[in-house]
Design a protein around this ligand. Structure first.
Ligand code: ADP
Length: 293
């Protein structure tokens, strides 16, 4: 059984004896199995997957640490990652989620803008990570258009070709990559991004304070984070109003939003299959039409 080994590693990493009661399975994760491990005094959130996914958890822990160091929304403090009984695991602070106050969404908007104020010289990150379970390359690049072309859209398009989505998607996708400078006609700063900020990756703690988790961290155009919040339902008017008050967006956001969300639609095509093909192709056509003006 791997739980005693995980408990030992948690004890070593936290510098304090830890002998928890039986782990409690918690639902909700798309990719990993998730548990609460608690001893009556301390509680940890533990995710498990096959041994090969250790690098994914290491990058998640590094991403959580990067976000925690920014002055943004609360994130679970990562504790340790490792292998136990052939399985990979990540352990982090347990946070009781579920209490949203009337002003929680506005607070999330303000705090996200604050997090985006943390900037670097280059786009990308020191390490590659994953988006869902797909690899996400983050090689540092000073040129945002080149970064989005090669490491985001181009990478997912190549993956789609390997998954058998050739023909029209590839032809039109290649055309889109050519006209990218027309569509990405602004000069964003490299902001610290959550990277996978859909509604399933934000919650509110027992005080109603926003918590973000399960990131795919890199430094990029802050609009890419905002775009994703709108992809599956949106975070509510108060969130966007508070964000824009804290840091207004520049004109042309609605076009860039589609370009940024195309990355996630292509990733869904690669993760979940053909059901996303017509949405990806439709989005590419709309963007090509906008590039023609
Ligand atoms: P996966 O990587 O499998 O998608 P998540 O990291 O999204 O898993 O976590 C699954 C669910 O567990 C989340 O939707 C959230 O409700 C809950 N959760 C995530 N992090 C914590 C935490 N630190 N403490 C308590 N619950 C958490």
């Amino acid at each position: 059984m791997h739980w005693p080994l995980i408990s030992e590693q948690i004890a070593a990493a936290s510098g304090k004896h830890f002998s928890p009661s039986a782990p409690r399975s918690v639902g909700g994760g798309c990719i990993n199995s998730a548990y609460q491990l608690a001893d009556g005094e301390r509680a940890f959130f533990v995710k498990l997957n096959q041994g090969e996914t250790l690098a994914m958890f290491e990058a998640e822990a590094a991403g959580l640490a990067e976000l925690a160091a920014a002055d943004g929304p609360r994130v679970p403090q990562p504790l340790c990652t490792g292998i136990a009984g052939g399985q990979a695991f990540i352990a982090m602070e347990w946070i009781d989620l579920g209490r949203q106050r009337g002003d929680s969404a506005a607070e999330a908007g303000r705090q996200l803008a604050q997090m985006h104020r943390r900037t670097r010289e280059h786009f990308g990150w020191e390490q590659d990570n994953t988006i869902g379970s797909t690899a996400q390359p983050n090689t540092l690049n000073a040129d945002w258009v080149a970064f989005w072309r090669e490491q985001r859209l181009g990478f997912q398009l190549k993956l789609a070709a390997r998954h058998g989505h050739g023909g029209r998607l590839q032809e039109r996708g290649a055309r889109l990559l050519e006209v990218l400078p027309v569509l990405l006609n602004h000069a964003p700063e490299p902001s610290l991004l959550h990277g996978d900020l859909w509604g399933g990756n934000i919650g509110y703690d027992s005080q109603g304070a926003p918590v973000i988790f399960d990131p795919a961290v890199y430094f990029g155009d802050r609009e890419a984070d905002l775009a994703m919040t709108e992809l599956f339902g949106g975070f509510g008017a108060d969130f966007y109003a508070a964000y824009r008050e804290a840091w207004p967006l520049s004109s042309g956001y609605s076009t860039r939003k589609s370009l940024y969300n195309l990355y996630h639609i292509l990733n869904h095509l690669n993760l979940f299959g053909r059901g996303y093909l017509s949405q990806a192709e439709g989005l590419i056509e709309r963007l090509l039409a906008e590039a023609r003006g």
